[in-house]
Design a protein around this ligand. Structure first.
Ligand SMILES: [Zn+2]
Length: 249
């Protein structure tokens, strides 16, 4: 559905659960420090974070719309897809019997409630699958949690088949080139203060894109207004500054 019906009084619509409501739930975890705000990080839009009905997040909704609109979702048919830290609303929306998902996370115990079987323990810096196994790897907002992310990029490249695709949406700042990180920022409260979230390990700068290319990928970048001009961010709960970044092997 792309056209918002004139007779609906509510201001927002969730493409996943198809409910109308007045506002998305804001990102509640923290208010953010001035230090972090200066980086103008492109990631989640905290204003439109979560659907009050199904709990879907802006990054799940945006990823789904991007992939659907560019025709990439159709290519998931009969493919083997490694989905790390799976997001349940996105997965439910796209999964079909004709698609083969391998799901896993570094902390599989956190996903028990989803009843995904099997569910693998997956450390992206040492993936326990053979070279050239997967057609897709999805790691949506994961790299910012990984200390050795260059190792993770190399591993993702290794397990992808030739012409395979990695989906590596990651918050970053376009105001800096070098990543900002410091080994003394090593407690949850310091990480929250300097990186904006207590489990992030850096703020990525534009070097992230060169690092992805350095790992061997070529990048295909899609802008919200090129691909999704009909989807007004405030209605559909999306961050229009977030591009879709596909890393192709
Ligand atoms: Zn919803």
């Amino acid at each position: 559905m792309t056209d918002y019906p004139y007779y609906v009084k509510e201001k927002c619509y969730c493409i996943f659960c198809e409910n109308y409501f007045n506002e998305f739930k804001e990102w509640q975890k923290n208010e953010g420090t001035d230090f972090v705000r200066n980086f103008d990080i492109i990631g989640t839009d905290p204003r439109y974070f979560q659907c009050p009905a199904c709990g879907s997040t802006d990054r799940e909704r945006h990823l789904y719309l991007f992939l659907k609109e560019i025709g990439e979702l159709d290519k998931f048919e009969n493919k083997l897809i490694l989905y790390v830290a799976p997001e349940i609303n996105f997965l439910k929306k796209i999964a079909k019997p004709s698609m083969n998902f391998i799901c896993g996370d570094l902390e599989p115990e956190k996903y028990l409630h989803l009843n995904i079987n099997p569910f693998y323990k997956i450390d992206l810096t040492q993936i326990t699958f053979d070279d050239a196994t997967f057609d897709y790897v999805i790691a949506n907002h994961i790299l910012e949690h990984i200390p050795d992310y260059k190792k993770a990029l190399a591993e993702i490249y290794r397990v992808l088949k030739p012409k395979g695709t990695a989906i590596l949406q990651t918050p970053f700042s376009s105001l800096i080139y070098n990543n900002f990180e410091d080994f003394l920022i090593d407690t949850p409260s310091l990480k929250e203060k300097f990186y904006g979230q207590n489990d992030h390990v850096r703020i990525f700068g534009l070097q992230l894109f060169d690092d992805i290319k350095q790992a061997g990928f070529h990048l295909q970048i899609y802008n919200h207004y090129e691909v999704l001009p009909k989807f007004q961010p405030s209605i559909y709960g999306l961050n229009e500054k977030e591009n879709l970044i596909l890393a192709r092997k």
